[in-house]
Write a protein that binds this ligand. Structure first.
Ligand code: ATP
Ligand code: MG
Length: 568
């Protein structure tokens, strides 16, 4: 019994729950479930469903189950069962002792089907899949009865038991609900409840050769777990009458109490990626990406590998809200969420991604000065650290231009820049190889211009990050762009093109020879940093080795979310 005041509705589902609590429906219980099919890794769309189901349960002193919807053995695998558990836990949710499988209920679902046959609500049909489609009719014309529709109860019982016993080949017979071939809802035109399929199931092995269909198994699994609110995505709205039909026709009162209610919400669509597991699997299996956890993938494992935090993903799910109409969310919002979190938390360090050697000719050879650098100006509590300055440093190649354009405020011949936390330097000359490529710069520094010093007031337009050559540590850095160039790669399919034609060829850039300030020697796998002017980076836990760190760029510093907002 829920005696607390229900939470203020933040979405339409909470509003429904509040009504139910007010009416003491389900004796004040709130019990949801997250029901993934273990046929792939979870993606950010699933994160939305996870946050919603576990979130509503928590907000209403209720419970949420994890249920593997494992009714299609040909596509399912224990690898997926395990990855799903890892991902849900990582997101910060706990199903306690309530992890279930639809396959736990195969025996009971079979018994219930016998009951439906006995009550005249189901029959064995010999039509092929193709014929069933033809007999179904269309939205504008009614279907035709199957010639097998009026078999006797005895004959149906006998045939169904023999289907289970393995007497018939795959696809030769199905069990169908006997509802109404003229129903305006195509899902109600005698839908298939069971099919014959010889495939080894990851839990039940070869025990079964008939498997229940989703529309039959789902409502009854919900009922058996005493689920109160069965939340699913919009495309199931048309299946709701069938969901209710199963609950009405099957007598499960000995096993469970109450009647679950199906509620539909809009699935998450994210720009510049695809989300269907079929497509994600194709990208993995055909080698377009480097596994399910490739940092470019919209999978939870990919986002984790990229460096996203569970908090940032939950924050994202909160912000997108829950609606009844499909829409497309811009990837920029997800990026905005992690940027906002790391802005306050990630230490700022200097790493040169594409090094250009600079010799400071008037700086004494062999001298090293330890300068102070703030760890995070947004968060003074993070303190500061010493960084070494010396005669030879690296700056970014792109911070020098021999013939600068008007708007180039970085270094050019005869020009000046400030080195962050250090001095102003002036470029005297560029040393080139025989092809004219720049090998190094010869500069001078202004000893009176030290940052924070008494005479540091002089201003120059550009500030660059840098590292001392002798102290620098080598690092490998991976930069990522959107996996798909097109905002909506799925859309192309409608025109007959393959979504893969929109794959972005430049979605990854690997920089093997970056140089970081020496403090990063203490960085550990899983740490996150802001590289000044370059973005937020994550120490890859799998590819990094002792003394050889690999950094993934999570996001750049440019926040495009505000711009997306403005253009709407
Ligand atoms: P896919 O088509 O990618 O295989 P699915 O819906 O078949 O997705 P399931 O494993 O059946 O995948 O999904 C488990 C739960 O997650 C379901 O309740 C489903 O509604 C929800 N879900 C799946 N994709 C999304 C999404 N993009 N946004 C919100 N919820 C989703
Ligand atoms: Mg599914």
């Amino acid at each position: 019994m829920n005696t607390n005041n229900p939470p203020l509705p933040t979405n339409f589902i909470q509003a429904i729950i509040n009504d139910d609590l007010k009416n003491n429906k389900n004796n004040g219980r709130v019990h949801t479930r997250f029901p993934p099919e273990p046929n792939g890794y979870l993606h950010i769309g699933h994160a939305k469903a996870i946050c919603l189901n576990f979130g509503l349960a928590a907000a209403n002193q209720g419970l949420c189950n994890l249920r593997f919807d494992d009714t299609n053995p040909s596509k399912e695998d224990v690898e997926y069962v395990e990855s799903i558990q890892t991902d849900v836990k990582w997101l910060g949710f706990d199903w306690e002792d309530r992890m279930f499988y639809t396959s736990d209920y195969f025996e009971r679902l079979y018994e219930y089907a016998l009951g439906l046959i006995k009550s005249g609500d189901a029959y064995v049909c010999n039509l092929s899949a193709q014929e069933i489609r033809e007999f179904r009719g269309t939205l504008t014309s009614p279907g035709q009865d199957s010639p097998y529709r009026n078999r006797s109860v005895e004959e149906n019982l006998d045939l169904f038991q023999r289907m289970k016993a393995g007497e018939f080949p795959d696809g030769s017979r199905v069990l169908r609900a006997k509802i109404d071939m003229a129903s305006p809802n195509l899902n109600m035109r005698d839908p298939v409840l069971y099919r014959i399929l010889r495939a080894t199931h990851h839990r039940t092995g070869d025990k079964w050769c008939i498997y229940p269909m989703y529309d039959y198994a789902h409502p009854l699994s919900d009922a058996l777990e005493s689920i109160t609110h069965s939340i699913c995505t919009l495309e199931f709205a048309d299946h709701r009458p069938l969901y209710d039909w199963a609950l009405e026709k099957v007598d499960y009162s000995r096993e469970a109490e109450g009647q679950p209610q199906q509620i539909e919400f809009a699935r998450l669509n994210l720009s510049h990626t695809v989300m269907s597991k079929r497509k994600l699997r194709e990208l993995v299996m055909q080698g377009y990406v480097d596994g399910w956890d490739d940092p470019r993938m919209p999978t939870i494992s990919g986002l984790r590998r990229r460096g996203y935090t569970p908090e940032s993903i939950r924050d994202f799910c909160d912000r997108i809200g829950v609606a009844k109409r499909d829409s497309m969310v811009d990837m920029a919002l997800l990026e905005h969420c992690i940027r906002e979190e790391l802005n306050l938390q990630a230490p700022r360090v200097m790493v040169v991604l594409r090094p250009l050697r600079v010799v400071i000719e008037n700086y004494p050879e062999g001298q090293v000065e330890w300068l102070e650098a703030e760890n995070n100006p947004e968060n003074p509590a993070m303190g500061s650290r010493p960084i070494p300055f010396s005669r030879e440093i690296y700056i970014e190649q792109e911070d020098f231009m021999e013939n600068p354009s008007k708007k180039f405020f970085r270094l050019s011949l005869g020009g000046e820049i400030r080195l962050k936390n250090a001095y102003i330097i002036k470029c005297e000359s560029a040393v080139k190889d025989e092809n004219g490529a720049i090998l190094e710069l010869r500069c001078t520094y202004d000893p009176d211009s030290r940052s924070g010093g008494a005479t540091s007031g002089r201003k120059v337009k550009g500030t660059s990050h840098w590292v001392s050559v002798d102290h620098a540590i080598k690092a490998k850095v991976r930069l990522y762009e959107h996996l798909f160039s097109d905002e909506n790669p799925d859309e192309n399919e409608e025109g007959g093109a393959d979504y893969k034609s929109e794959l972005n060829r430049n979605s990854i850039t690997v920089l093997e020879d970056c140089r970081s300030e020496p403090g990063l020697a203490a960085a550990e796998p899983g740490n996150r940093f802001q590289f000044l002017r370059q973005g937020y980076f994550f120490v890859d836990p799998f590819d990094s080795k002792e003394g050889e760190l690999v950094f993934n760029r999570i996001v750049s510093l440019r926040d495009t979310w505000a711009k997306v907002q403005k253009s709407k």
